[in-house]
Design a binder for this molecule. Structure first.
Ligand SMILES: Cc1ncc(COP(=O)(O)O)c(C=O)c1O
Length: 493
Protein backbone atom coordinates (compact mmCIF):
# COMPACT_ATOMS: atom_id res chain seq x y z
CA UNK A 1 0.00 0.00 0.00
CA UNK A 2 1.43 3.38 -0.95
CA UNK A 3 1.80 6.17 1.54
CA UNK A 4 -0.94 8.13 -0.27
CA UNK A 5 -3.36 5.22 -0.05
CA UNK A 6 -2.67 4.95 3.64
CA UNK A 7 -3.40 8.62 4.10
CA UNK A 8 -6.62 8.34 2.07
CA UNK A 9 -7.73 5.43 4.12
CA UNK A 10 -6.88 7.08 7.40
CA UNK A 11 -8.79 10.23 6.40
CA UNK A 12 -11.76 8.22 5.20
CA UNK A 13 -11.78 6.12 8.34
CA UNK A 14 -11.49 9.18 10.57
CA UNK A 15 -14.46 10.73 8.79
CA UNK A 16 -16.62 7.63 9.27
CA UNK A 17 -15.72 7.34 12.92
CA UNK A 18 -16.06 10.95 13.86
CA UNK A 19 -18.91 12.16 11.62
CA UNK A 20 -20.96 9.01 11.14
CA UNK A 21 -20.45 7.10 14.37
CA UNK A 22 -19.51 10.24 16.33
CA UNK A 23 -16.70 8.38 18.05
CA UNK A 24 -13.47 9.84 19.31
CA UNK A 25 -10.25 8.36 17.97
CA UNK A 26 -9.72 6.77 21.36
CA UNK A 27 -13.17 5.16 21.41
CA UNK A 28 -12.68 3.75 17.92
CA UNK A 29 -9.43 2.11 18.93
CA UNK A 30 -10.72 0.49 22.07
CA UNK A 31 -13.99 -0.71 20.52
CA UNK A 32 -12.24 -2.02 17.41
CA UNK A 33 -15.13 -0.99 15.16
CA UNK A 34 -15.09 -2.88 11.86
CA UNK A 35 -14.72 -1.18 8.51
CA UNK A 36 -17.81 -0.36 6.49
CA UNK A 37 -18.76 -2.36 3.39
CA UNK A 38 -17.62 0.47 1.13
CA UNK A 39 -14.22 0.68 2.74
CA UNK A 40 -13.77 -3.07 2.51
CA UNK A 41 -14.86 -3.07 -1.15
CA UNK A 42 -12.34 -0.37 -1.99
CA UNK A 43 -9.47 -2.17 -0.32
CA UNK A 44 -10.46 -5.61 -1.62
CA UNK A 45 -10.71 -4.39 -5.20
CA UNK A 46 -7.27 -2.83 -4.91
CA UNK A 47 -5.40 -5.53 -3.02
CA UNK A 48 -7.12 -8.87 -2.57
CA UNK A 49 -6.50 -11.63 -5.11
CA UNK A 50 -9.10 -14.32 -4.54
CA UNK A 51 -8.41 -17.99 -5.34
CA UNK A 52 -9.88 -19.46 -8.54
CA UNK A 53 -11.91 -16.26 -9.07
CA UNK A 54 -12.68 -14.17 -12.13
CA UNK A 55 -11.36 -10.98 -10.56
CA UNK A 56 -12.39 -8.91 -13.58
CA UNK A 57 -16.04 -9.56 -12.77
CA UNK A 58 -15.78 -7.21 -9.79
CA UNK A 59 -14.78 -4.16 -11.80
CA UNK A 60 -18.36 -2.91 -11.90
CA UNK A 61 -19.93 -4.79 -9.04
CA UNK A 62 -19.31 -5.43 -5.37
CA UNK A 63 -17.76 -8.64 -4.19
CA UNK A 64 -19.56 -10.64 -1.55
CA UNK A 65 -17.91 -10.03 1.81
CA UNK A 66 -18.81 -12.46 4.56
CA UNK A 67 -18.59 -11.22 8.11
CA UNK A 68 -19.66 -14.05 10.41
CA UNK A 69 -21.52 -17.30 10.69
CA UNK A 70 -23.64 -19.36 13.01
CA UNK A 71 -24.63 -22.98 12.53
CA UNK A 72 -25.64 -23.51 8.89
CA UNK A 73 -25.83 -19.78 8.12
CA UNK A 74 -23.40 -16.99 7.24
CA UNK A 75 -23.94 -13.23 6.99
CA UNK A 76 -22.53 -10.55 4.72
CA UNK A 77 -21.54 -6.93 5.25
CA UNK A 78 -25.14 -5.85 4.57
CA UNK A 79 -26.40 -8.16 7.31
CA UNK A 80 -27.97 -10.49 4.75
CA UNK A 81 -28.27 -14.14 5.81
CA UNK A 82 -27.30 -17.07 3.58
CA UNK A 83 -27.79 -20.78 4.03
CA UNK A 84 -24.34 -22.28 3.59
CA UNK A 85 -25.18 -25.23 1.37
CA UNK A 86 -21.52 -25.98 0.69
CA UNK A 87 -20.08 -25.89 4.24
CA UNK A 88 -17.74 -23.11 3.07
CA UNK A 89 -15.95 -25.34 0.59
CA UNK A 90 -16.83 -28.86 1.83
CA UNK A 91 -15.17 -27.84 5.12
CA UNK A 92 -17.35 -26.64 7.98
CA UNK A 93 -18.67 -30.01 9.22
CA UNK A 94 -19.72 -28.80 12.69
CA UNK A 95 -21.16 -25.51 11.41
CA UNK A 96 -20.09 -21.91 11.93
CA UNK A 97 -19.53 -19.95 15.12
CA UNK A 98 -18.39 -22.71 17.48
CA UNK A 99 -16.84 -20.94 20.45
CA UNK A 100 -15.52 -24.26 21.71
CA UNK A 101 -13.19 -24.53 18.72
CA UNK A 102 -12.07 -20.91 19.02
CA UNK A 103 -11.31 -21.54 22.71
CA UNK A 104 -9.34 -24.70 21.91
CA UNK A 105 -7.24 -22.69 19.44
CA UNK A 106 -6.65 -19.85 21.90
CA UNK A 107 -5.73 -22.20 24.73
CA UNK A 108 -3.16 -24.00 22.59
CA UNK A 109 -1.76 -20.75 21.15
CA UNK A 110 -1.14 -19.48 24.68
CA UNK A 111 0.63 -22.66 25.69
CA UNK A 112 2.66 -23.44 22.56
CA UNK A 113 1.63 -21.52 19.45
CA UNK A 114 4.18 -23.05 17.17
CA UNK A 115 6.83 -25.66 17.05
CA UNK A 116 7.67 -27.78 14.02
CA UNK A 117 7.33 -31.55 13.91
CA UNK A 118 10.72 -31.68 12.24
CA UNK A 119 12.92 -33.67 14.65
CA UNK A 120 10.71 -32.63 17.59
CA UNK A 121 7.25 -33.76 18.60
CA UNK A 122 4.56 -32.06 20.69
CA UNK A 123 1.55 -33.33 22.57
CA UNK A 124 -1.26 -32.07 20.27
CA UNK A 125 0.37 -33.73 17.21
CA UNK A 126 0.98 -36.97 19.11
CA UNK A 127 -2.58 -37.10 20.44
CA UNK A 128 -4.11 -36.28 17.06
CA UNK A 129 -1.96 -38.85 15.21
CA UNK A 130 -3.01 -41.53 17.70
CA UNK A 131 -6.67 -40.51 17.46
CA UNK A 132 -6.66 -40.61 13.64
CA UNK A 133 -4.89 -43.99 13.68
CA UNK A 134 -7.61 -45.29 15.97
CA UNK A 135 -10.39 -43.92 13.74
CA UNK A 136 -8.88 -45.01 10.42
CA UNK A 137 -9.64 -48.50 9.14
CA UNK A 138 -7.26 -51.49 9.30
CA UNK A 139 -3.58 -50.82 9.91
CA UNK A 140 -3.62 -47.22 8.66
CA UNK A 141 -1.63 -46.29 11.74
CA UNK A 142 0.94 -43.70 10.69
CA UNK A 143 0.02 -40.04 10.27
CA UNK A 144 2.01 -37.37 8.41
CA UNK A 145 0.57 -33.88 8.83
CA UNK A 146 0.40 -31.17 6.18
CA UNK A 147 -1.13 -27.71 5.89
CA UNK A 148 -3.79 -28.48 3.25
CA UNK A 149 -5.39 -31.08 1.01
CA UNK A 150 -3.05 -30.40 -1.93
CA UNK A 151 -0.10 -30.87 0.39
CA UNK A 152 -1.55 -34.14 1.65
CA UNK A 153 -1.89 -35.39 -1.94
CA UNK A 154 1.60 -34.11 -2.77
CA UNK A 155 2.98 -35.96 0.27
CA UNK A 156 1.24 -39.18 -0.79
CA UNK A 157 2.63 -38.86 -4.31
CA UNK A 158 6.15 -38.35 -3.02
CA UNK A 159 5.81 -41.10 -0.44
CA UNK A 160 4.84 -43.76 -2.97
CA UNK A 161 7.69 -42.71 -5.25
CA UNK A 162 10.26 -42.71 -2.46
CA UNK A 163 8.84 -45.94 -1.00
CA UNK A 164 9.42 -47.74 -4.30
CA UNK A 165 12.85 -46.11 -4.68
CA UNK A 166 13.81 -47.43 -1.23
CA UNK A 167 12.41 -50.92 -1.85
CA UNK A 168 14.26 -51.56 -5.10
CA UNK A 169 11.61 -50.57 -7.66
CA UNK A 170 12.60 -47.01 -8.64
CA UNK A 171 10.96 -47.47 -12.06
CA UNK A 172 7.51 -47.37 -10.41
CA UNK A 173 6.62 -43.70 -10.70
CA UNK A 174 3.37 -43.51 -12.66
CA UNK A 175 0.13 -42.50 -11.01
CA UNK A 176 -3.32 -43.44 -12.26
CA UNK A 177 -6.25 -41.16 -11.51
CA UNK A 178 -9.61 -40.52 -13.16
CA UNK A 179 -10.94 -38.14 -15.77
CA UNK A 180 -12.30 -34.92 -14.29
CA UNK A 181 -11.03 -35.75 -10.78
CA UNK A 182 -9.64 -32.81 -8.77
CA UNK A 183 -6.73 -33.57 -6.46
CA UNK A 184 -5.32 -30.11 -5.69
CA UNK A 185 -3.11 -27.46 -7.18
CA UNK A 186 0.55 -28.00 -6.21
CA UNK A 187 2.48 -29.23 -9.27
CA UNK A 188 2.39 -32.94 -8.38
CA UNK A 189 -1.24 -32.91 -7.29
CA UNK A 190 -2.13 -30.72 -10.28
CA UNK A 191 -0.48 -33.16 -12.67
CA UNK A 192 -2.72 -36.01 -11.57
CA UNK A 193 -5.83 -33.83 -11.85
CA UNK A 194 -8.22 -35.02 -14.50
CA UNK A 195 -9.56 -31.51 -15.03
CA UNK A 196 -7.82 -30.33 -18.18
CA UNK A 197 -9.03 -26.68 -17.87
CA UNK A 198 -6.96 -26.14 -14.73
CA UNK A 199 -3.97 -28.23 -15.87
CA UNK A 200 -3.27 -27.04 -19.35
CA UNK A 201 -1.72 -23.63 -18.66
CA UNK A 202 1.04 -25.06 -16.45
CA UNK A 203 2.97 -27.50 -18.58
CA UNK A 204 5.30 -29.21 -18.61
CA UNK A 205 3.65 -31.08 -15.77
CA UNK A 206 5.10 -33.78 -13.55
CA UNK A 207 5.51 -36.84 -15.79
CA UNK A 208 3.77 -40.14 -15.20
CA UNK A 209 0.14 -39.07 -14.73
CA UNK A 210 -2.27 -41.48 -16.43
CA UNK A 211 -6.00 -40.80 -16.60
CA UNK A 212 -8.75 -43.39 -16.85
CA UNK A 213 -12.55 -43.33 -17.01
CA UNK A 214 -14.43 -42.23 -13.92
CA UNK A 215 -17.60 -43.83 -12.52
CA UNK A 216 -20.12 -41.54 -14.20
CA UNK A 217 -23.08 -43.87 -14.66
CA UNK A 218 -25.15 -41.15 -16.38
CA UNK A 219 -22.85 -40.56 -19.33
CA UNK A 220 -19.83 -42.85 -18.90
CA UNK A 221 -18.40 -44.85 -21.79
CA UNK A 222 -16.16 -47.86 -21.21
CA UNK A 223 -14.14 -50.04 -23.55
CA UNK A 224 -16.00 -53.08 -22.18
CA UNK A 225 -19.46 -51.63 -22.94
CA UNK A 226 -20.16 -54.36 -25.50
CA UNK A 227 -19.91 -57.06 -22.84
CA UNK A 228 -23.32 -57.20 -21.17
CA UNK A 229 -22.20 -59.84 -18.67
CA UNK A 230 -20.07 -57.29 -16.80
CA UNK A 231 -21.46 -55.15 -13.97
CA UNK A 232 -20.89 -51.39 -14.19
CA UNK A 233 -18.49 -51.58 -11.23
CA UNK A 234 -16.43 -54.25 -12.96
CA UNK A 235 -16.33 -52.23 -16.21
CA UNK A 236 -15.00 -49.16 -14.38
CA UNK A 237 -12.38 -51.24 -12.54
CA UNK A 238 -11.28 -52.87 -15.79
CA UNK A 239 -10.52 -49.39 -17.17
CA UNK A 240 -7.88 -49.13 -14.45
CA UNK A 241 -6.51 -52.61 -15.13
CA UNK A 242 -6.24 -51.92 -18.83
CA UNK A 243 -4.28 -48.70 -18.19
CA UNK A 244 -1.93 -50.61 -15.88
CA UNK A 245 -1.29 -53.21 -18.55
CA UNK A 246 -0.76 -50.63 -21.28
CA UNK A 247 1.70 -48.65 -19.17
CA UNK A 248 3.49 -51.76 -17.86
CA UNK A 249 2.50 -52.84 -14.33
CA UNK A 250 6.11 -52.56 -13.11
CA UNK A 251 6.05 -48.80 -13.84
CA UNK A 252 2.86 -47.93 -11.90
CA UNK A 253 3.24 -46.73 -8.31
CA UNK A 254 -0.30 -45.84 -7.23
CA UNK A 255 -3.94 -45.31 -8.08
CA UNK A 256 -5.50 -42.16 -6.58
CA UNK A 257 -9.30 -42.24 -6.20
CA UNK A 258 -11.83 -40.25 -4.21
CA UNK A 259 -14.53 -42.37 -2.51
CA UNK A 260 -17.11 -40.11 -4.22
CA UNK A 261 -15.54 -38.05 -7.01
CA UNK A 262 -16.46 -34.43 -6.51
CA UNK A 263 -15.52 -32.91 -9.82
CA UNK A 264 -17.82 -34.24 -12.53
CA UNK A 265 -20.60 -34.08 -9.95
CA UNK A 266 -20.60 -36.51 -7.02
CA UNK A 267 -19.70 -39.62 -9.01
CA UNK A 268 -20.48 -42.41 -6.57
CA UNK A 269 -18.65 -45.74 -6.76
CA UNK A 270 -20.73 -48.49 -8.34
CA UNK A 271 -21.35 -51.70 -6.43
CA UNK A 272 -18.18 -53.79 -6.11
CA UNK A 273 -15.92 -51.16 -7.72
CA UNK A 274 -13.52 -50.53 -4.85
CA UNK A 275 -13.27 -54.24 -4.00
CA UNK A 276 -12.32 -54.93 -7.62
CA UNK A 277 -9.81 -52.04 -7.71
CA UNK A 278 -8.26 -53.28 -4.46
CA UNK A 279 -7.80 -56.73 -6.03
CA UNK A 280 -6.21 -55.21 -9.15
CA UNK A 281 -3.81 -53.09 -7.08
CA UNK A 282 -2.80 -56.16 -5.03
CA UNK A 283 -2.31 -58.23 -8.17
CA UNK A 284 0.21 -55.73 -9.60
CA UNK A 285 1.79 -54.49 -6.33
CA UNK A 286 0.33 -50.99 -6.73
CA UNK A 287 -0.69 -48.70 -3.84
CA UNK A 288 -4.29 -47.55 -3.53
CA UNK A 289 -4.68 -43.97 -2.29
CA UNK A 290 -8.11 -42.84 -1.09
CA UNK A 291 -8.19 -39.06 -1.54
CA UNK A 292 -10.68 -38.11 1.17
CA UNK A 293 -10.01 -34.40 1.32
CA UNK A 294 -13.78 -33.95 0.96
CA UNK A 295 -15.19 -37.36 1.86
CA UNK A 296 -13.73 -37.92 5.35
CA UNK A 297 -15.03 -36.78 8.75
CA UNK A 298 -18.69 -37.45 8.25
CA UNK A 299 -19.36 -36.00 4.80
CA UNK A 300 -20.65 -39.46 3.77
CA UNK A 301 -21.98 -40.36 7.24
CA UNK A 302 -18.78 -42.20 8.22
CA UNK A 303 -15.41 -41.07 9.55
CA UNK A 304 -13.82 -42.13 6.25
CA UNK A 305 -15.33 -42.80 2.84
CA UNK A 306 -13.33 -46.06 2.67
CA UNK A 307 -15.38 -47.26 5.63
CA UNK A 308 -18.67 -46.49 3.91
CA UNK A 309 -17.73 -48.40 0.76
CA UNK A 310 -15.83 -51.09 2.67
CA UNK A 311 -12.32 -51.08 1.20
CA UNK A 312 -8.88 -50.75 2.72
CA UNK A 313 -6.65 -48.20 0.98
CA UNK A 314 -2.89 -48.04 1.56
CA UNK A 315 -3.05 -44.29 2.13
CA UNK A 316 -5.83 -41.86 3.03
CA UNK A 317 -5.31 -38.18 2.27
CA UNK A 318 -7.57 -35.78 4.18
CA UNK A 319 -7.93 -32.10 5.19
CA UNK A 320 -10.95 -29.71 5.25
CA UNK A 321 -13.38 -31.36 7.73
CA UNK A 322 -10.51 -32.49 9.96
CA UNK A 323 -10.67 -29.11 11.70
CA UNK A 324 -14.01 -27.99 10.24
CA UNK A 325 -11.90 -25.12 8.88
CA UNK A 326 -11.32 -23.46 12.25
CA UNK A 327 -7.59 -23.84 11.47
CA UNK A 328 -5.91 -25.05 8.28
CA UNK A 329 -4.69 -28.63 8.27
CA UNK A 330 -4.24 -31.72 6.12
CA UNK A 331 -2.96 -35.23 6.76
CA UNK A 332 -1.71 -38.35 5.03
CA UNK A 333 -2.57 -41.54 6.92
CA UNK A 334 -0.57 -44.64 5.90
CA UNK A 335 -0.62 -48.36 6.45
CA UNK A 336 2.19 -49.78 8.57
CA UNK A 337 4.17 -51.37 5.73
CA UNK A 338 4.69 -47.98 4.02
CA UNK A 339 6.64 -46.82 7.07
CA UNK A 340 8.95 -49.82 7.23
CA UNK A 341 11.70 -48.62 4.85
CA UNK A 342 11.81 -45.37 6.80
CA UNK A 343 12.49 -47.07 10.14
CA UNK A 344 16.08 -47.89 9.19
CA UNK A 345 18.47 -45.77 11.22
CA UNK A 346 19.46 -43.27 8.54
CA UNK A 347 16.37 -43.43 6.35
CA UNK A 348 14.25 -40.30 6.02
CA UNK A 349 11.12 -39.44 4.09
CA UNK A 350 12.54 -36.42 2.29
CA UNK A 351 9.51 -34.25 2.62
CA UNK A 352 7.95 -31.77 5.02
CA UNK A 353 6.26 -28.38 5.38
CA UNK A 354 6.81 -25.86 8.15
CA UNK A 355 3.19 -25.85 9.27
CA UNK A 356 2.60 -29.62 9.08
CA UNK A 357 1.27 -30.66 12.49
CA UNK A 358 0.78 -27.06 13.64
CA UNK A 359 -0.05 -27.26 17.37
CA UNK A 360 -3.06 -24.93 17.12
CA UNK A 361 -4.51 -26.87 14.18
CA UNK A 362 -3.97 -30.16 16.03
CA UNK A 363 -5.75 -28.85 19.13
CA UNK A 364 -8.66 -27.64 16.98
CA UNK A 365 -8.84 -30.97 15.14
CA UNK A 366 -9.00 -32.90 18.43
CA UNK A 367 -11.83 -30.69 19.69
CA UNK A 368 -13.60 -30.95 16.33
CA UNK A 369 -13.45 -34.77 16.49
CA UNK A 370 -14.91 -34.57 20.02
CA UNK A 371 -17.83 -32.50 18.68
CA UNK A 372 -18.44 -34.92 15.79
CA UNK A 373 -18.62 -37.77 18.28
CA UNK A 374 -20.48 -36.10 21.16
CA UNK A 375 -23.20 -34.72 18.89
CA UNK A 376 -23.29 -37.85 16.74
CA UNK A 377 -23.08 -35.76 13.59
CA UNK A 378 -22.20 -38.81 11.50
CA UNK A 379 -25.44 -40.37 12.76
CA UNK A 380 -27.27 -37.15 11.85
CA UNK A 381 -26.03 -37.46 8.26
CA UNK A 382 -27.03 -41.13 8.06
CA UNK A 383 -30.43 -40.33 9.52
CA UNK A 384 -31.23 -37.49 7.09
CA UNK A 385 -29.47 -38.67 3.95
CA UNK A 386 -32.56 -40.45 2.55
CA UNK A 387 -34.67 -37.32 3.06
CA UNK A 388 -32.05 -35.14 1.36
CA UNK A 389 -31.97 -37.51 -1.60
CA UNK A 390 -35.76 -37.67 -1.80
CA UNK A 391 -36.11 -33.88 -1.68
CA UNK A 392 -33.50 -33.42 -4.40
CA UNK A 393 -35.03 -36.13 -6.57
CA UNK A 394 -38.29 -34.21 -6.23
CA UNK A 395 -36.70 -31.66 -8.58
CA UNK A 396 -36.82 -34.13 -11.49
CA UNK A 397 -40.06 -32.56 -12.67
CA UNK A 398 -38.05 -29.47 -13.76
CA UNK A 399 -37.15 -30.04 -17.44
CA UNK A 400 -33.41 -29.28 -17.13
CA UNK A 401 -32.75 -31.45 -14.04
CA UNK A 402 -31.05 -34.42 -15.71
CA UNK A 403 -29.45 -36.36 -12.88
CA UNK A 404 -29.31 -36.18 -9.08
CA UNK A 405 -26.49 -38.18 -7.51
CA UNK A 406 -24.44 -38.47 -4.36
CA UNK A 407 -24.37 -40.01 -0.91
CA UNK A 408 -24.42 -38.69 2.65
CA UNK A 409 -24.50 -34.88 2.70
CA UNK A 410 -22.75 -34.67 -0.66
CA UNK A 411 -24.94 -34.34 -3.75
CA UNK A 412 -24.81 -32.89 -7.25
CA UNK A 413 -27.51 -31.98 -9.75
CA UNK A 414 -26.54 -32.27 -13.41
CA UNK A 415 -28.39 -29.88 -15.69
CA UNK A 416 -29.14 -30.91 -19.26
CA UNK A 417 -30.61 -29.32 -22.34
CA UNK A 418 -32.77 -32.30 -23.21
CA UNK A 419 -33.62 -34.86 -20.59
CA UNK A 420 -34.81 -37.55 -22.99
CA UNK A 421 -31.53 -37.60 -24.94
CA UNK A 422 -29.27 -36.33 -22.08
CA UNK A 423 -28.07 -33.68 -24.56
CA UNK A 424 -25.68 -31.40 -22.67
CA UNK A 425 -25.62 -27.62 -22.89
CA UNK A 426 -22.97 -26.20 -25.22
CA UNK A 427 -20.02 -24.41 -23.52
CA UNK A 428 -21.60 -21.04 -24.41
CA UNK A 429 -24.97 -22.08 -23.02
CA UNK A 430 -23.34 -23.45 -19.86
CA UNK A 431 -21.48 -20.19 -19.37
CA UNK A 432 -24.71 -18.24 -19.65
CA UNK A 433 -26.68 -20.60 -17.48
CA UNK A 434 -24.13 -20.98 -14.69
CA UNK A 435 -22.24 -17.73 -14.53
CA UNK A 436 -24.75 -15.21 -15.84
CA UNK A 437 -27.84 -16.63 -14.19
CA UNK A 438 -27.66 -19.49 -11.66
CA UNK A 439 -24.64 -18.47 -9.65
CA UNK A 440 -25.69 -14.84 -8.97
CA UNK A 441 -29.38 -15.73 -8.62
CA UNK A 442 -28.82 -18.54 -6.08
CA UNK A 443 -26.66 -16.15 -4.08
CA UNK A 444 -29.33 -13.47 -4.28
CA UNK A 445 -31.91 -16.02 -3.14
CA UNK A 446 -29.78 -16.71 -0.06
CA UNK A 447 -28.22 -20.07 -0.91
CA UNK A 448 -24.49 -20.67 -1.03
CA UNK A 449 -23.70 -23.66 -3.19
CA UNK A 450 -21.41 -24.34 -6.09
CA UNK A 451 -22.20 -24.12 -9.73
CA UNK A 452 -19.57 -25.98 -11.66
CA UNK A 453 -18.68 -26.29 -15.32
CA UNK A 454 -15.88 -28.85 -15.06
CA UNK A 455 -17.76 -31.24 -17.34
CA UNK A 456 -21.53 -30.74 -17.64
CA UNK A 457 -23.16 -27.84 -15.75
CA UNK A 458 -23.69 -28.85 -12.14
CA UNK A 459 -25.01 -27.58 -8.86
CA UNK A 460 -23.07 -29.07 -5.96
CA UNK A 461 -24.28 -29.34 -2.39
CA UNK A 462 -22.49 -30.24 0.81
CA UNK A 463 -24.20 -28.62 3.81
CA UNK A 464 -22.69 -28.59 7.31
CA UNK A 465 -23.30 -31.91 9.06
CA UNK A 466 -25.41 -30.14 11.70
CA UNK A 467 -28.10 -29.47 9.07
CA UNK A 468 -31.43 -31.11 9.83
CA UNK A 469 -34.66 -31.57 7.84
CA UNK A 470 -35.53 -27.84 8.01
CA UNK A 471 -32.26 -26.70 6.45
CA UNK A 472 -32.32 -29.46 3.84
CA UNK A 473 -35.88 -28.42 2.86
CA UNK A 474 -34.83 -24.78 2.70
CA UNK A 475 -31.96 -25.67 0.34
CA UNK A 476 -34.25 -27.59 -2.00
CA UNK A 477 -37.03 -24.95 -1.88
CA UNK A 478 -34.57 -22.28 -3.04
CA UNK A 479 -33.19 -24.59 -5.72
CA UNK A 480 -36.70 -25.26 -7.05
CA UNK A 481 -37.48 -21.56 -7.42
CA UNK A 482 -34.16 -20.66 -9.04
CA UNK A 483 -33.85 -23.65 -11.41
CA UNK A 484 -37.45 -23.11 -12.53
CA UNK A 485 -36.58 -19.48 -13.28
CA UNK A 486 -33.54 -20.71 -15.23
CA UNK A 487 -35.82 -22.70 -17.52
CA UNK A 488 -37.72 -19.49 -18.36
CA UNK A 489 -34.48 -17.56 -18.89
CA UNK A 490 -33.26 -20.26 -21.30
CA UNK A 491 -36.57 -20.20 -23.20
CA UNK A 492 -36.35 -16.46 -23.67
CA UNK A 493 -32.69 -16.31 -24.65
C1 LIG B 1 -10.32 -34.55 -3.49
C2 LIG B 1 -9.47 -33.34 -3.23
N1 LIG B 1 -8.15 -33.47 -3.12
C3 LIG B 1 -7.35 -32.41 -2.88
C4 LIG B 1 -7.88 -31.14 -2.74
C5 LIG B 1 -6.99 -29.97 -2.47
O1 LIG B 1 -7.19 -29.50 -1.18
P1 LIG B 1 -6.75 -28.01 -0.76
O2 LIG B 1 -7.64 -27.08 -1.49
O3 LIG B 1 -6.94 -28.00 0.72
O4 LIG B 1 -5.32 -27.85 -1.13
C6 LIG B 1 -9.26 -30.96 -2.85
C7 LIG B 1 -9.85 -29.63 -2.70
O5 LIG B 1 -11.02 -29.43 -2.82
C8 LIG B 1 -10.09 -32.08 -3.12
O6 LIG B 1 -11.41 -31.96 -3.25
Amino acid sequence: MSRNDQLDLTENWKFVCTEVFELTEFERKIWDISMTNNELQTLAKKHLWMNFTRMGSFKDQDMPIITHGEGCYVYDTHGKKYLDGLAGLFVTQVGHGRKRLADAAAKQAEKLAFFPVWSYAHEPAIRLAARLAELAPGDLNRVFFTGSGSEAVEAALKLVRQYFAETGEPQRYKIISRNLAYHGTTMGALSINGVSQIRNKFGPLVPGAIHVENTDSYRGRHWTDGDTSLSFGKKCALDIERAIEIEGPETVAAVFLEPVQNSGGCLVPPEGYFQEVRKICDKYGIKLVSDEVICAFGRLGYMFGAERYDYLPDIITCAKGLTSGYAPMGAMICRDHLMEPFMEEQATFLHGVTFGGHPVSCAVALENLDILEEEDLLGNVRKNEALFRELLEGLYDIPIVGDVRGDGYFFAIELVKDKSTKEPFSPEESEKLLFEFLSPRLFEAGLMCRTDDRGSPLIQLSPPLVAGPDELREIVDILRVVITEAVEVLKNS
